[in-house]
Structure formats: C-alpha cells, structure tokens
Design a protein around this ligand. Structure first.
Ligand code: PHE
Length: 342
C-alpha cells in the first residue's frame, strides 16, 4: 500500500497528505504500529520491536523518496513553464525626442554661440520697469497697448514701475544683462513670453522668443545686417536673402523688420509669402540711447558705446522650417504630430 500510494503522488500537497497519513504523530500509520509494541506480551517485545523498526525505516525511506521525486517533478515543470523563448520579438519602447520648438530654439542659439555670443535668461514674471519703462516705453504711452500685456492681479497699490506682469517679450533681459555686465556684451536670450492674444493659426498666448544684444564701441547698422544675414543663411541655407524694412520699437532707433526671401518659392511668389517673395521674421534695430541712460552707471555711456538688438519668434521660424499649418499643433502633445520630428 505504501509503495502504491507513493507512486501516485503528484505535487507538493499530495506529498504532504501522504506524509501525514503515514507519519503524523497523532494519527499516522507509524504511530499506530508503535502502539502495537506497547500491547505486545513481554517475551515478544524484542521481535515486535525489531519489526516495528523495520517498518518505520521503510516508511521514512518511502516518504523521503516521494519528497525527492515530487520536488524534481515540480522543478522540471517549472523549467518548462518558465522557459524564455529568446526568439520572440522584443517590446519596442518608443524613443522620446526634443520638442520641435525647443529644437529650433537650440539651433538659433547655437548659430549665435558659434559667433561668440553667450546665453542669458530672465524671469517670466517681470516688473513694469524691466518690461516697459527701462525700454523707453513712457508711462501710459500707447506703444504699451501693442504688447497685449497680461497683468498680475492685485498690483494696483504699487507704483507703476513695480507692478508685476507676464513679460511680453524677452527684451527686459537686455536691461538685466547690462545691469550685471559691463560692455562689451554679446548675448542671446531664449525664453517664453506671454500675450493676451486669442489662439488662432499663427498666434498663441504663450510662445518663445530669442533675443539678441550686442554692445561695444563702434557697433553699426552694418554689423546688425551682417550678423543677422549670416545667422539666417546658417538656419535656412546659404541661398536665403535678407532685407531690412523701416519699423518702430521704443527701445531701438532706427528700428527695422527683417525679412527673408521666401524659403518655399525662393522669392518668386507663393501662398506662404502672399506672393510677395518675402517673409517677415523679426524686429531689430540700434539700441536707443535712452535705453543706455538706464544703465549708464555700468559703463553704457551712449556717447561711448553703441549696439544693436533683435528679437524673433521661435514658433514662427519653426512653422516655416517644417511647414506647419497651425501653431497649436506644437502644444497639443499629439504623438502623431510630434513623432514626425524624430
Ligand atoms: N521685443 C520686440 C518684440 O517682441 C522685438 C525686438 C527685440 C525689436 C529687439 C527690436 C529689438 O516685438
């Protein structure tokens, strides 16, 4: 019976039940056999004891053997069930890439870095002083209205210059830079800016700009033209042309809008350039002497130094570079859009 039972065992639970049935101290078969020893008449105790010991050894051996067999069955079953099929295809993990807007921003910055410019940054929550006053926007001047400013609530009790707002351009960092660093200065400033604009195909209330500032002795408008022309040939290819149109900014004089020859039609005229052959890309100009007056104490005497500044919208350039039809596509996080830049 012992051997027959042992042969039928499969699995650890079977084996435990088998062990208890034969060896349990309370009710096991071995226990019952040991009882016989007590009942045996004195003269037979020796014989019976010997027999009981033989039986006990048999049972123990059978239980041990069954355990070894059950264990090895379980481990070979595990080897089969946990087998790794190394020929199965792996799980593909999609790689992330840099967002196209930041990629273009980095490209612009790199072009100026190669010309010896350093990189600066400033706060997005800015004071009226840095965003407007020190950039030669007079108090309550209508030029402030062109910036569609988002004001921080609860600032009414402060003096106008101390009131906080979301910066509408990266130009305040021109002043912050000149306060910290004596001339010469060559710096580019990438960053987010905010305007109270409704979202449409080409406008977003938050977008990115790259500002540039160069101040030294004898900086001229030719330096501005040469620098920007080189930068946009690097960004769009050496056949791109630039031209400068008169414009107005309170902090530059003279001011200009820079246009590039249409990168889609090469200047022949197409829908993108509204058949003009040219695309307006940035604002620029010679730093207004009135701006230097605000940082004069740090070596910016307008009689001794001159400089140029420029500011460009990064999304606008990215839209042209990649032929994107709606600015919002940059912000929605749709992987089908973003993975095209991988
Ligand atoms: N700050 C201007 C804007 O946001 C751009 C600009 C920068 C113009 C520097 C001239 C010089 O429109």
């Amino acid at each position: 019976a012992l051997e027959q039972e042992a042969a039928k065992l499969s699995g650890e639970n079977d084996w435990k039940a088998f062990r208890d049935r034969w060896m349990s101290r309370k009710s096991g078969v071995l226990m019952q056999i040991t009882e016989w020893l007590k009942l045996a008449p004195k003269e037979q105790k020796r014989d019976v004891g010997q027999r009981v010991n033989e039986v006990k050894a048999k049972i123990e051996a059978a239980v041990d053997a069954a355990e070894a067999r059950v264990n090895s069955q379980a481990s070979s079953a595990r080897l089969v069930s946990e087998r790794v099929d190394v020929s199965l295809p792996g799980n593909r993990r999609p790689l992330g890439v840099k967002h196209p807007v930041l990629r273009v921003q980095d490209e612009i910055v790199a072009v100026f870095k190669a010309m010896g410019y350093s990189i600066g940054e400033g706060p997005e929550v800015e004071s009226d002083y840095y965003n407007f006053e020190s950039l030669n926007f007079p108090p309550n001047h209508p030029a402030r209205d062109t910036q569609d400013t988002l004001f921080i609530a609860g600032q009414e009790k402060k003096q106008q210059r101390d009131r906080l707002l979301m910066r509408t351009h990266t130009s305040p960092v021109q002043i912050r830079t000149m306060e910290k660093q004596r001339p010469p200065v060559r710096i580019v400033i990438p960053g987010k800016v905010h305007r109270n604009d409704a979202l449409d195909a080409t406008h977003s209330p938050v977008f990115h700009q790259v500002e540039g500032l160069c101040v030294d002795t004898n900086i001229t408008f030719s330096d501005l033209k040469g620098t920007l022309d080189h930068a946009f040939k690097s960004l769009f290819g050496s056949s791109v042309k630039t031209r400068f149109y008169p414009s107005f900014f309170p902090f530059t004089e003279p001011s200009a809008d820079m246009q590039v020859s249409c990168i889609f039609c090469g200047g022949k005229g197409c829908r993108t350039c509204k058949f003009s052959g040219w695309i307006e890309l940035l604002g620029c100009g010679m730093v207004d002497p009135n701006v230097f007056e605000f940082v004069k104490g740090n070596g910016y005497d307008p009689a001794k130094v001159s400089g140029f500044a420029f500011g460009m919208g990064v999304e606008r350039i990215a839209i042209l570079k990649y032929g994107v039809d709606e600015i919002a596509k940059f912000y929605l996080g749709d992987v089908r859009f973003l993975e095209q830049f991988a």
